[in-house]
Design a protein around this ligand. Structure first.
Ligand SMILES: C[S@@+](CC[C@H](N)C(=O)[O-])C[C@H]1O[C@@H](n2cnc3c(N)ncnc32)[C@H](O)[C@@H]1O
Length: 454
């Protein structure tokens, strides 16, 4: 048998710096631990922690990346249950100077409680991850003891937990019970525990694309698939035939009706899902966003889709377009509490005070949008929030203070789904659109209202 050798004619350079060797599986858990710390401690969005070019995800191979992402999804989705389970074995708070110790425990507990990972691997890799950190290494013994006890008592712990209640922060639970009632809140929370489907908006032929991609066509026209593997490897991506967009997020742009040939402003446009819909429907679109880097993503997305638009990096609160538009879509910045299925980090990142300040910003943006609209023009206001303060309350404020009348939304405009058309508004909930296959169920929580300018 031949020995492993270096390429012919070369010798190993013994002085070259070598990347530390990690046992199999450790790199993925280290990356998950680092990203979880970024979310829990630094309050950074998960996507930015994962995408950081100098972060540990950069060096992972696709399998490790997938594993790290899956662990993070569960660690955030089921954070309440994991906290509750770990607290049963910790009689005091973890010491301050323990580095990533909390994230190491959460990453391991996510695997032990909810993933098909051998217990001994989850525990020993957690101990090894602790060993790799200057501060956490002093707590190796604690990591080992707590996690072993967790493996022993897993079934009893899970049986004793109310998974629906434990995983929603108290302040959101209280708001939702007030607005939607306890039964619907429980359904929303249950929907958050499921890995969401992959929803696509297609330029044309939804049936054909559903067949090619192995998905279904929803009553609203989106194509829905069970997500797996890299998106850019799917048929039709490179050719620009479709784009990723939650089925609920695809509804507000449709509420502008026939936009062919019309001057439409898409305010707060990035990353451009709704811009693409408007451009594909033949509108002359001006996409406006405060963030130039995010606007660059709009340009890249629209260029892949071979759709023409104009773009302007500007703050809508102060931007003066110097002309009026026939129609405006205002997808305002919001708390994003409707997207917790896709972005479970929202439960960690948002606070009640955010809703207040966002609601103030939304009122100001609606007033600005109204001032850019021709008389008789249509304004669709939407947010991906479950909070009334960012939805129904904004409508009441706008109608009381601006030259706008409400144009109620009808079920036939949203795939005939009466349940998502409430009081003339679009109000989707994560628990809407159930399917026998749980991986094909649900919608992001969206609100939309349509106005006509007087
Ligand atoms: C909910 S996202 C928009 C999603 C987008 N409409 C889509 O469908 O892909 C909100 C966007 O608002 C932008 N934004 C926040 N404040 C803004 C402001 N004052 N003026 C313009 N854009 C703003 C953010 O940069 C962000 O891209």
């Amino acid at each position: 048998m031949s020995k492993k050798t270096t390429p012919a004619g070369t010798r190993p350079n013994r002085n070259a710096p070598r990347a530390p060797r990690l046992a199999p599986g450790v790199a993925a858990r280290l990356a998950a631990t680092t990203a979880l710390m970024a979310v829990l401690v630094d309050h950074r969005p998960l996507d930015s922690a994962i995408d950081a070019t100098d972060g540990p995800f950069e060096t992972l191979d696709p399998r490790e990346r997938g594993l790290a992402r899956a662990i993070l999804g569960i660690a955030l989705r089921r954070r309440g249950q994991i906290d509750d389970a770990l607290s049963r074995f910790l009689d005091k708070a973890l010491p301050r100077k323990s580095g990533p110790l909390p994230a190491i425990l959460h990453v391991a507990a996510a695997q032990i409680l909810f993933m098909d990972v051998p217990d001994h691997a989850a525990v020993s890799i957690a101990v090894e991850t602790a060993e790799a950190d200057r501060d956490a290494r002093h707590f190796k013994g604690l990591v080992n003891a707590v996690l072993r006890r967790l493996t022993e008592q897993r079934d009893a712990i899970l049986a004793s937990q109310d998974e629906v209640r434990l995983n929603i922060p108290d302040w959101l639970y209280e708001r939702w019970v007030k607005d939607y009632g306890a039964e619907t809140t429980a359904k929303i929370a249950a929907a958050h525990l499921l890995e969401p489907s992959l929803d696509l908006s297609v330029k044309s032929d939804p049936e054909g694309w559903a067949e090619k991609l192995g998905g279904i066509v929803l009553p609203t026209g989106s194509v829905r698939l069970i997500a797996h593997g890299p998106i850019d490897a799917l048929p039709g991506f490179a050719e620009g035939q479709w784009w990723v967009q939650d089925a609920a997020a695809a509804l507000p742009a449709k509420l502008l009706g026939n936009v062919e040939g019309k001057d439409v402003a898409d305010l707060c446009a990035a990353p451009g899902g709704k811009t693409a819909q408007l451009a594909a429907a033949g509108a002359k679109v001006m996409a406006v966003d405060i963030s130039e880097p995010r606007l660059q993503r709009v340009r890249e997305n629209l260029s892949r889709l071979k759709l023409q638009i104009g773009t302007i990096a500007a703050d809508v609160e102060t931007w003066d377009p110097g002309r009026l538009f026939d129609a405006i879509l205002l997808d305002a910045p919001c708390s994003a509490t409707g997207t917790m299925r896709r972005h479970p980090d929202v439960a960690v990142l948002k606070r009640p005070s955010d809703i207040k300040s966002l609601a103030n910003l939304q009122s100001s943006l609606i007033a600005r949008a109204t001032s850019m609209l021709v008389s008789g023009g249509t304004l669709v206001y939407c947010t991906c929030s479950l909070e009334r303060a960012e939805g129904e309350d904004q409508v009441a404020l706008a109608l009381a203070s601006l030259p706008l009348v409400l144009e109620p939304i009808r079920p036939e405009e949203v795939g005939g789904l009466e349940a998502i058309c409430r009081e003339g508004f679009l109000r989707t909930l994560p628990s809407d659109l159930p399917n026998d296959e749980p991986r094909l169920t649900g919608l992001d929580g969206f609100f939309a209202a349509r106005f006509r300018r007087l």
